[in-house]
Design a protein around this ligand. Structure first.
Ligand SMILES: [Fe+2]
Length: 303
């Protein structure tokens, strides 16, 4: 495990037979090799937050207010300024504009409840407290209804630049800012509704891969430069420079027919990325893909 290790995403592994109805665990499970294993204080804190956020999610209470500890604040203050420097150099304009408008502080960990209120006002999106990674179908079920599940725990302090599962730094600095953009919110909601409506596992898999190589790990062309679009890259100090600079990364034009046939391994640095020509183009591609997979007679996008 090292600082360049990637952030793992929701709902893997990819197996068409298993992606339709996986279940959400009802107790905290830290995977083998997790840096927090053996740290009783950390595990207790994670368990408490797991129970609180799960209860708020299931009872539809909205994000709970969290009293963050000095250690959690220390980690936030260590990681987020480094990310911000990298964002200024490499993030795409949709992300930078939205992040600037939202004004997430590098000093204090934001409360999801107040971020959710801002989003609701701007784009009609809201944040759903998530106890941890959610099954794909559960995750996109919320998105279909304009809710974005967001964790409220912070990674372990021994490896501040690495988390084996999506944590609040990944969610708040990767996913939340672009939700301030109306067009981005519409794209996400479309994918959420399509993924929820799809019954054929291969259609679900196609939508999952489309999301992975765009929303999570997409690059985008802007004024002749390749910029970072995906939240999985934007929330990792290792992945940002790796994605745009490393000679070990294959960057190919985003061709939807190829993307939905391409597998990925979420447990390592992403060395196979696709470059989106423009955001408007991506949105049109998503609409065309949904129409091809589901057909207009079976699926209607509810704005
Ligand atoms: Fe993510």
């Amino acid at each position: 495990m090292n600082d360049d290790a990637p952030i793992v995403e929701y709902g893997e592994p990819i197996d068409p037979k298993s992606i339709i109805e996986p279940t959400d665990p009802d107790t905290l499970e830290l995977e083998q090799g997790h840096p927090g294993l053996g740290d009783d204080v950390y595990v207790r804190r994670r368990s408490d937050l797991f129970a609180l956020c799960r209860q708020h999610r299931l009872d539809q209470l909205g994000p709970p207010l969290i009293d963050y500890t000095a250690e959690e604040t220390r980690i936030w203050r260590e990681v987020t300024p480094k990310l911000h420097e990298l964002h200024l150099q490499h993030a795409c304009s949709i992300y930078l504009e939205a992040k600037n408008t939202l004004g997430i502080s590098s000093r204090e960990i934001p409360q999801l409840r107040s971020l959710s209120g801002r989003l609701q006002h701007e784009t009609g999106m809201h944040l759903v407290p998530a106890e941890g990674p959610l099954a794909y179908r559960t995750f996109y079920g919320y998105i279909a209804k304009r809710g974005f599940p967001v964790t409220q725990f912070i990674r372990h302090g021994s490896h501040p630049e690495f988390t084996p599962e999506p944590d609040m730094i990944h969610d708040c600095l990767g996913h939340v800012p672009p939700l301030m953009n109306h067009d981005y919110a519409e794209l996400l909601t479309l994918i959420g509704q399509a993924a929820t409506a799809a019954r054929d596992p291969l259609h679900v898999l196609a939508l999952k891969r489309f999301s992975w190589f765009s929303i999570e790990f997409g690059l985008i062309e802007e004024n002749g430069a390749t910029k970072v679009f995906g939240a999985g890259i934007l929330s990792s100090t290792g992945e940002i420079p790796f994605s745009v600079r490393s000679a070990d990364v294959v960057r190919r034009p985003f061709v939807t027919g190829e993307v939905i046939e391409t597998d990925y391994d979420p447990s390592r640095m992403q060395d196979h990325l696709f470059v989106i020509p423009s955001f408007a183009w991506l949105r049109k591609e998503a609409e065309d893909l949904v129409e091809r997979l589901l057909g207009t007679d079976q699926f209607t996008f509810k704005r």
